[in-house]
Ligand binder design. Structure first.
Ligand code: IFM
Length: 440
């Protein structure tokens, strides 16, 4: 790598991230059905109709996975707990095997001096709650608060940090407007409600966790830089709207107690009545903010209905996801988040990384492109730090190749290669390079 640990402050945290449904093996340990199981079972939604039933079988192999993390010199592990593993019906009687699993997981991290950074929801909604409207139903905030109390009642005394919901934009817009993720809706009213309720659930669970005496509570948001396709006013407005519903909606809600005007033009009529009253809950103070960053989008206006724009193909080199590599966006978001929203609050890059068409040959994976990607993005983050952004950590997505949602198992994001037939783990070149950077 072009950086080493000693280039960073002593307490800077390097970590790697995963999520429950993508790696655990959802079929094990008494977890309940989720909306991802039914979404994946519906033809056309997921490549080869793959699901998270097996994942990387982390459920049985977590010790080996944590040994890899520790050997590479990581300080922290960002993981998520599965609502349906803890509460198979979403509410009611907890699954003791699920609670025991997360107990063991946290202890296994601590034994290796890995800081457990927990996320409460990384997208696998219990089916029983989806059946009641899921994120469209306002009651989800209460259900989520109850779930937070149960899981954090068990592991909250030992986690280093906790965040309620991974990437609210994906839960709201991607899943209810674009229909690319479960529950696969394409409905503006459902979108408006899901986007608002996700923030209400966020705030409710922060209140609950504070009530348990927990500290170091944050929020994890995903960001995509929006570049207008040309210098026209129409293109600028289109990019500003993309920026509004993708990036600003959630930070405006949490830090300013309002939603962006350009987004309200479309979503306003569909938000719940008196939604403004919920900002008291949504604005619960946070201890840190996490940014997940991968790419930018080039946005062009069109004549269609709101939001009246398209994403167009950009000129920059792309990852296996077809995402342009644009490290400048990470720098810009770190600067903007601090300047306009978070001030002195510690920031973390909670996800960054790339999918690459990695091939295992003679026991090696030569993922030079990933090493370049990580170098460029860490350099962008370092630049922001040098200019005063209080960045406290950087986490790679992902430790392991895993279930990339609607794209199945073929997009490889891991530092460690997983053979999905044998489940063998093979550290890639990027893992070895990071290990040298973090341990020497
Ligand atoms: O795999 C996902 C993860 O679940 C959330 N953030 C983006 C990653 C890559 O698409």
């Amino acid at each position: 790598m072009q950086f080493k640990r000693s280039d960073f402050p002593q307490d800077f945290i390097f970590g790697a991230a995963t999520s429950s449904y993508q790696i655990e093996g959802h079929q094990f340990g008494g977890a309940g059905q989720t909306h991802w199981d039914s979404f994946a079972a519906t033809p056309g939604n997921v490549v080869r109709a793959e699901n998270g039933a097996l994942g990387c079988d982390h459920y049985h192999r977590f010790e080996e996975d944590f040994d890899l993390l520790a050997a590479a010199g990581f300080d922290a592990y960002r993981f998520s707990t599965s609502w349906a593993r803890v509460l198979p019906d979403g509410r009611g009687t907890p699954n003791q095997a699920g609670l025991d699993f997360y107990d063991r997981l946290v202890d296994a991290m601590l034994e290796r001096e890995l800081k457990p950074c927990a996320t409460l929801y990384h997208w696998e909604l219990p089916q029983a709650l989806a059946d009641q409207g899921g994120w469209r139903n306002r009651d989800i905030a209460k259900w989520f608060g109850d779930y937070a109390e149960i899981i954090m009642g068990r592991i909250g005394d030992r986690v280093f940090s906790a965040a309620p919901i991974n990437e609210p934009w994906c839960v709201g817009w991607l899943s209810h407007f674009l229909g690319h993720h479960a529950p696969g809706l394409r409905d503006i009213r459902a979108t408006a409600r899901a986007m608002h309720h996700v923030l209400l659930a966020h705030g409710t669970s922060i209140e609950v966790m504070r009530g348990l005496g927990m500290k170091n509570l944050g929020g994890v948001f995903n960001f995509e830089w929006a570049t207008p396709v040309d210098g026209s006013e129409a293109a600028r407005d289109a990019a500003a709207l993309y920026d509004g519903y993708y990036n600003r909606f959630f930070l405006d809600g949490v830090f300013k107690g309002r939603y962006p005007e350009n987004v309200l033009q479309g979503l306003g009529p569909h938000l719940p009545e008196n939604y403004q009253d919920d900002f008291v809950t949504i604005q619960q103070p946070l201890d840190w903010v996490g940014l997940n960053y991968y790419t930018r989008k080039v946005i062009a206006p069109n004549d269609g209905p709101w939001p009246s724009h398209d994403e167009v193909d950009g000129p920059l080199p792309k990852t296996q996801m077809g995402w342009e590599i644009y490290p400048q966006g990470l720098y810009d978001f770190l600067k903007r988040t601090q300047a306009e929203y978070t001030g002195d609050l510690p920031l973390f890059v909670t996800e960054n990384g790339m999918a690459n068409a990695d091939v295992l040959k003679d026991g090696h994976v030569q993922d030079t492109a990933r090493i370049d990607y990580l170098n460029q993005h860490v350099a962008a983050a370092q630049k922001a730090m040098q200019e005063g952004v209080p960045l406290s950590g950087y986490m790679v997505w992902s430790l392991l190749d895993n279930y990339e949602w609607a794209l199945g198992y073929e997009k490889r994001f891991g530092l460690v290669h997983v053979d999905f037939e044998t489940l063998d783990r093979t550290p890639k070149e990027s893992y070895s390079a990071l290990k040298i950077a973090l341990t020497s």
